[in-house]
Design a protein around this ligand. Structure first.
Ligand code: DI6
Ligand code: FE
Length: 403
């Protein structure tokens, strides 16, 4: 990829400790060998970069590439009928207990080939890419048998061969109890989930291990066993916790040194303290909150006060968040959860990187990957403020400009 200088830009570096958004007016960024070699005021550009070709950004805003740190973007079928049922008055839990919900996506995913899963995921991924995505986390969890869990993860890995994007996978075998194990969740963990995890790890398909700790899914004890296996394999863990009730999932995750605990509407003081002590990131998912018409807000003020880092993600999934827009997620994070636009933007850049354990991206800073987005806006708050509008102008992935 060509080395180059981006000039005449306002940089939202998202570096902490300085100006809001790490803002630099009249900024320049030097891109060398796919990395950021310099980022700062154009006037301070070191002479060693002065002979590189220059691309004038016309005063546009430049941010880090966007990161979606929680998605279920690979799945078969859709759940529009369930959407109708919910509009007729059924709750998410009622739909799940009636054999709908996650289990119906499992049926469709088991029937889909790897190619079909990839083909279904690509338009969703493309929507995210058009808004400046450069790194996405993708979970399994709609297979719930060994073969289909592996197939989902292979499909997720395919995505980064087909598009200029980085994919980090999470094994989510403990997402739901499949029909054939109804009432025998412990046996499912032993006979399917843990063997599938070992097989997927042996095929290098797993970057992290996730679970769903909830009354309609798995108990803290069952999740603990999945986490013990993950840690034995050297894999980081994360957890869907406190989405519908408080089972102490976030504290359990924190005890296992989790990268993140996600959802958290029902998180209490103890969970917050445990996350703060462990450095576990709170991943908030306003798309699911919105779709479920949840009224209990995640404890944003408590998280802030305790210094827990907050990330935002789409939770793109067929049931509770059929959302493929990080910009709308940004807006929802502010409007529904009362995050500041600066917190929200950090949530889909710097803190999303932290939630994935990705130390080479998420900010505009020397040494990091040259994953960048130029926007047709003057100030970063505009990204969160507008609804249903995509001002992305250009995207660089590892120093390469991609449409
Ligand atoms: N929580 C969610 O919101 C999604 N998974 C989870 O553990 C929902 C998944 C689905 O309904 O298909
Ligand atoms: Fe999720």
């Amino acid at each position: 990829m060509p080395d180059l200088i981006l000039t005449n830009a306002t940089l939202a570096t998202m570096q902490e400790g300085g100006a809001p958004y790490g803002l630099v007016e009249n900024g320049a960024v030097a891109l060398r060998e796919g990395r950021i070699a310099f980022a700062g005021p154009a006037a301070a550009l070191p002479a060693e970069h002065a002979r590189l070709p220059v691309q004038d950004l016309g005063g546009r805003l430049l941010t880090p590439g966007l990161i979606d740190c929680h998605t279920h973007i690979v799945f078969g079928g859709d759940r529009a009928r369930e959407f109708e049922m919910r509009l007729e008055g059924a709750s998410y839990e009622e739909v799940a207990r009636a054999g709908g919900g996650i289990v119906s996506s499992v049926r469709a995913t088991r029937e889909a080939s790897e190619e079909a899963l990839v083909a279904a995921a690509l338009p969703r991924l493309d929507a995210l890419l058009a808004e400046g995505l450069t790194l996405i986390e993708v979970k399994s969890g709609y297979g719930l048998d060994i073969e289909t869990e592996l197939r989902m993860l292979r499909a997720a890995r395919q995505l980064e061969r087909l598009r200029p994007v980085r994919v980090l996978t999470s094994f989510l075998g403990a997402h739901a109890v499949p029909a054939e194990y109804k009432g025998r969740s412990g046996a499912y963990i032993d006979e399917v989930c843990l063997p599938a995890l070992r097989a997927a790890h042996a095929e290098a398909l797993v970057d992290a291990v996730d679970g769903f700790c909830e009354g309609i899914a798995f108990s803290p004890e069952e999740i603990g066993r999945v986490f013990d296996t993950a840690r034995a394999l050297g894999l980081p863990v994360k957890l869907h916790a406190e989405q519908l009730s408080d089972l102490g999932g976030a504290a359990l995750a924190a005890r296992h040194g989790a990268l993140s605990a996600d959802h958290l509407e029902y998180l209490g003081e103890e969970g917050i303290a445990a996350m703060a002590a462990a450095g576990t990131v709170a991943v908030l998912l306003p798309g699911a909150f919105y779709t479920l018409r949840e009224t209990k807000l995640p404890p944003v003020a408590g998280l802030r006060a305790a210094g827990v880092p907050i990330a935002l993600a789409t939770d793109c999934n067929p049931g509770t968040s059929p959302l493929t827009s990080l910009l709308l997620t940004l807006n929802m994070g502010c409007t529904l959860f009362r995050l500041t636009p600066e917190e929200a933007l950090a949530g889909i850049t710097r803190e999303a990187a932290r939630a994935l354990g990705a130390t080479d991206c998420g900010m505009i800073a020397p040494g990091l990957r040259a994953d960048l987005v130029a926007w047709n806006v003057a100030h970063p708050a505009e990204l969160a403020y507008r609804i249903g509008f995509n001002p992305a102008h250009a995207r660089w992935f590892g120093g390469l400009e991609c449409s």
